[in-house]
Design a protein around this ligand. Sequence first.
Ligand SMILES: [Zn+2]
Length: 486
Amino acid sequence: MSENHQVLFRKYRPQFFRDVIYQDLAVGSLQNAFKSKKIGHAYIFIGPRGVGKTTIARILAKRLNCERPDGVEPCNECTSCLEITKGNSNDVFEIDAASNSGVDNIRELRENVKFNAMGGKYRVYILDEVHMLSGAAFNALLKTLEEPPAHVVFILATTEYHKIPETILSRCQDFHFRKVPVTVLQSYIETLCTKEGLKYDSEGLFWIAKKGDGSVRDTLSFMEQAVIFTDGNLTGAKLRKMIGYHGIDTFTDFLNQLIDTSQSAQIFETLENLFQAGIDLSKFIWDFIEFLNSLLLIKDNLADRESINIPQEDLQKLKQNYRELDREILVLLAERIFSIHEKLNLMKLRSSYEMKVYLEIQFRKLILDREKPSVSGLLAKISELTKLVQGDISTIPDSIEPVKKQSQTAIPTQEKPIPNTNTQPIAKIESPTPEIKTQIPNSPTMDKNQNAKEPSPSGNHPEDMEKLLKEKFSGMEVDPKQFKNL
Ligand SMILES: [Zn+2]
C-alpha cells in the first residue's frame, strides 16, 4: 500500500484544466485566452505554495503545443503532451529561479529563446520561485520580456508578489491563485479515498485537510503519512493521536476550571497529569489559546470560518454549551494565557519539569488576580440587583443571599458566569439591603422561600434604586486597571 501512497500527489496531479480544484478564476481566464485566441507572451502566477501554479503552467504549456487539442484542453495523448507529462519535452523548460538566480543564468536563457521550437509551436519557459532572481537577473529578464520572440511564452510563478519589480509585473498578465478552503480539500480527498479504497470518517479527513493549510500538495503529502500511520484507516481518533490534538473535552474541562473558582485547584491537577503523560505543555497551552479564540469566533457568529481548528461535530457541541458564556471572560483569559505562552517561549526552559513549575506559578497568579473584584463583575452585580428591584413581587428578602448562591454555584456551560465570582463584592452588596427595607414601612410578611424579588415601593422608582446601589459602590476600592489584568 505504501508504494502507492508515496506517489499520491503525482498520481492525482491534474492533467486537464477541468481537473484543477478551486482555481476557477485563473483557469477560467486562461481558457478564455484560448477561446479568443489571445495568447500572451508573459504570464505571472501568484499565490501560496502547493495550490497548483506549476501544475497549471504545465497544462498551459501542453495546450499551447498540443497536436490535437480538445477545445481549451490539451489531448494528453499526442507526442508533445506525453513528453511534457514525462518532463522530457525539448520545448518546455522548467527553471528553478531559486537555484538559478544569477544574471548569467538569465543571459543563457536569453540566448536560448532565440531558437525556434523543436516540435511544437512554442518554447515555454516556466520560472518557478521567480522572486529569488537577483536585481541584475531581473534586469536581464526584463529586456527579453520587452521584446519577446513570437514563439516564446514565459510563465513566471511566485509565492512572494511584493518581491517582483514593478517593471516585470507591468510586462506580464497576472493570475492570482488562492488557498484551497478546508471544506474543498476535505471533499477532494474524500474522492481520493474512494478511488484508493481507504477507510475514513469525516473528522479524519478534516484533520488531514486542516494540516494541508490550503495547499493541495501539502494535504496529499500529509495524507500519505496518515495512511501509513493509521494503516489505511483515516479516522478522527487516529488522526488526533497522530497530530497530538487533545480533543475538545480536555480544553472545555480546563476552561471550566479557570472560570469556576471552586474548581481552581484542579488546574494544577490537570497540569500535573499532562506533565506525567509526557505531553508538550507549551503546545497544550497554545492549543488552548486557539480553542479560546475559536470560542470567540463562535460568539461572533464566525464559527464556520475556515480558520477554526475544530471539526464540525465538535463545533455544534461548543455552540450549544457555551452560548451563554460571557464574551469578556474569554477575551481576558485568552489575552492572559497568550502572554504566559509568549513568556514561556522566550524563557527557553531546559526541561518539561521547569515548564510545569513556571506554568503552575503563572496560573496561581492568574487565579489570585481573578479573586480581586473587577469592575465588570460589579457592574454585572448591579445590573442583577436592579432587575430584582424592578420585580413586582410584593415581598422582600432579608438579604440578597439567594443571588450570591446562584452566582457561586453557576455552571459555566449553562449559566452566565460573573467574571469574578468571589465573595468580596457580594459581602459589600449586602450592606444596602437593610436601607432598602427601611424605606418600605408597610411591607407585607417576609417570605424567605419566595425567590428574591423586591417590590417597587411607592415613591421609590427603580431608577432611584439603581442610583442608590451605584452610590454604595462608589466608595469601594476598585482599580479600573484590574480590568486589564482580569
Ligand atoms: Zn496533445
